[in-house]
Every structure is written in C-alpha cells, then in structure tokens.
Design a protein around this ligand. Structure first.
Ligand code: IPE
Ligand code: IPE
Ligand code: MG
Length: 236
C-alpha cells in the first residue's frame, strides 16, 4: 500500500528574486515585482487543493522600507491591485485572509484594503492565508513582550504558550515548511518564533519563475524529510 504523502500544515514563502529577474531582462525593479504576482493565484489554489491549512506569504518586511521610495510605492501599488483582484476570488474558495505585521506606518489605503479583505473573508475556514506586510519577526516578539508587561503578568506566568498568545496572530501554528526562492539561504526576519523547528527548502529559481511545477518539487522534498523535534522517532 502506498503511504499517504506528508503535507505541511503551515507553509511560509519568502518570495525573493523579483529584482534580479527584472535586471536580467532589462526591466525596472517594479516591473519585476509586477511579474512576481503572476503565479500567486495558481500557487495558492494548488496549496488549497492539496489540503494545506495555513500559508504565509512574505510580501514586505520592516527592513524593506530601506529601499528607494519609487520601488516602495510601486510595491504598495501592486499589493493594492492584487488584494482587490484576489480577495474576491479567494473568498469563493472559503479562504480567510489575514494581515501579519504592524499597521503602524502603512499607507491609509493599504490599511483600508487590509480591513476590507479581513471583513470579507473573516468567517471562512477553508485555509488561512496570512500576508506578512510590514512584518518583522523581532518586532513581533518585542510587541508581544510590551503587551505582556502592560497586562501586568508575573514572570512565573510566562511560558511559550502565553508568549504565543500575544503574537500578531496567536492561532497561527508553527511553520512546517519555509520555501525561499532567489537563491539566498536566510530567514530575513520572517516568523523567527514560529520557525524554530521548520524544514527549509531553498531554490535558485527567481520568484516570478516559481510556478506550480516548482512548488510540487518543494512539497515532494518535504514529504521525504524526517522530523524528530529533538527526539529519536519521526513525528508527523
Ligand atoms: C523580493 O524580491 C520582493 C520584496 C522584497 C518585496 P527582491 O526585490 O528582493 O528581489 P532581489 O532579491 O533584489 O532579486
Ligand atoms: C525578504 O527578501 C523579504 C521579502 C521577500 C518580502 P529581501 O530581499 O528583503 O531579503 P534580504 O535583504 O536579501 O535578506
Ligand atoms: Mg531580495
């Protein structure tokens, strides 16, 4: 009997390589970001049909504010267009869209887009798509600690479960698989608390070229990994 393929419960994707993809073609970086959203829908749909329950997409880090203003504005314009076109479609599948990150410093219309997508999809239970936007893992932990202190908790009351409950999306489970495109092998401040025991899949493929066929390779590689979580026996 063929064994059932192990599917990750939570996949986080670092969508990297748009700039290099554009450069190789003599295009502007913003055109690279525009190309970066072309596979998004088919990738999400594939993960949904495979039964993945949580998907996190790293769209804009707290460090990405260091980029030139034109590029930042271009990224936000593209994010607006994608949110408008995708939220209705994803809502039909029963996908719940959540913002992951800080609202502070975001443009007003972006905050409005987040609110609308949230309200539209709040009751959905099919899959949770969290969009890491203005997100930093260290900032998330700092904010959690601040709120723990403000709540007046005693040191003895603080454990992993309690800290987790003060994170941006408390119910977001540990990440099973991190996929990073674009060839760099680093986490770049994504979900540093939630990736403590994640599996990593790095590929040199640049994000605009990362198609469903590439995603299948990552899932297939994950199903062959042996996860022990510090013990001796493999756990699912
Ligand atoms: C990732 O692509 C997208 C964002 C960070 C918003 P990059 O823009 O970092 O692409 P490279 O790494 O310069 O190729
Ligand atoms: C990580 O990519 C952030 C996103 C994909 C949104 P970066 O291109 O910003 O990461 P570094 O700077 O190479 O670490
Ligand atoms: Mg990059």
């Amino acid at each position: 009997m063929q064994q059932k393929k192990l599917i990750p419960n939570h996949i986080a994707i670092i969508m990297d390589g748009n700039g290099r993809w554009a450069e190789q073609r003599g295009l502007t970086r913003v055109e690279g970001h525009r190309a970066g959203v072309r596979h998004i829908h088919s990738l999400i749909r594939h993960l949904y049909t495979r039964g993945v329950k949580y998907v996190t997409l790293y769209a804009f880090s707290t460090e990405n504010w260091r980029r030139p203003e034109d590029e930042v504005n271009g990224i936000f314009r593209i994010l607006h267009d994608v949110t408008v076109s995708e939220s209705k479609k994803l809502n039909k599948y029963g996908i719940c869209i959540r913002h992951l990150g800080s609202l502070e410093g975001l443009p007003e219309d972006t905050k409005e887009d987040i609110k609308k997508a949230d309200e539209l999809t709040a009751g959905n239970t099919g899959m949770t798509l969290s969009v890491a936007l203005n997100y930093g893992g260290r900032a998330e932990i700092i904010e959690a600690v601040r709120r723990i202190v403000t709540a007046g908790l005693n040191p003895g009351e603080i454990n992993e479960k309690v800290l987790q409950s003060y994170l941006y999306i408390p119910e977001l489970p540990d990440v099973d698989l991190v996929i990073r495109t674009g060839g760099e092998m680093r986490i770049s401040n994504l979900l540093i608390w939630q990736t403590a025991y994640s599996e990593y899949y790095f590929t040199p493929v640049l994000w605009p070229d990362f198609s469903v066929a590439e995603l299948k390779k990552a899932l297939s590689e994950f199903s062959r990994r042996k996860r022990r979580f510090g013990g001796l026996n493999q756990k699912a």
